[in-house]
Design a protein around this ligand. Sequence first.
Ligand code: COA
Length: 260
Amino acid sequence: MTFETLLVEQHGTVVLVTLNRPQALNALNGQLLAEMSALIAGVASDAGLRVLVLTGAGDRAFGAGADIAELASLDAEGARNFAASGQAVFGALERLGKPSIAAINGFALGGGCELAMACTLRLAADTAQFGQPEIDLGIIPGFGGSQRLARLVGRGRALSLLLGGHRIGAIEAERIGLINRVVPAAELKAEALVLAQELAGKAPLAVRYLLNAVYAGADLPLEHALQLEATLFGLSASTADMKEGTRAFLEKRKPEFRGR
Ligand code: COA
């Protein structure tokens, strides 16, 4: 997979993708969204890839938001389509069925923060800054920020960030649950890859069922969500990896999961 706005490196079963528009602080333009859509489809269909890590080129930004130069010329219909296409890409990332890790190396603003929130887990450099500044451009978030932020940190904290438009640092982002962990900036990439390798060693089908249970279950009444969990639990128990996992435990050895 080769792209202009994304750099793709494979580390075994982990794919590391770098948003590569450093001259615009990795702002998300139409081309980058289209390339990310193709990338996600490629990762989804490749059984040899188990975890996706996303980061930003340079040491200043993960992503500074939707590309404001492109946004500025859109009419209502164009802007609606731009939001819908970004939402579709981030939705595909969330529904990838494999874990994704945002390794947030600097500004994660607007669409950059929304992209991080569509990932399964978020690791941030201690220098990272987060925010949804759209309100100060006279618009609202369009790539899921008005929905995923409240689901992650609660409505009160989300509204404070969305209405204030201000930035918060990595420590505060960790405190409110926007990210999972803060690490020294120099260690971010290595730490993200260690976490990715750890997740890549888990049983891929169980991982997929788990992600499905958590995400699909969140939108269902509890009773239906629990039924979904029981069904997926049953499905996980039908896999060869379940037999391997339980046998390895009893034989006091490390399991080797094959995704079957
Ligand atoms: N879209 C397009 N270009 C962007 C951008 C964006 N979202 N964010 C930054 N850039 C560009 C700047 O225009 C500038 O380009 P130039 O060198 O050709 O002038 C370059 O990236 C560097 O940004 P600059 O603003 O000069 O850096 P800074 O250190 O002074 O400020 C930020 C950094 C992130 C605080 C500032 O760039 C910013 O507020 N960006 C917009 C954030 C935003 O509102 N995102 C939501 C969009 S919906």
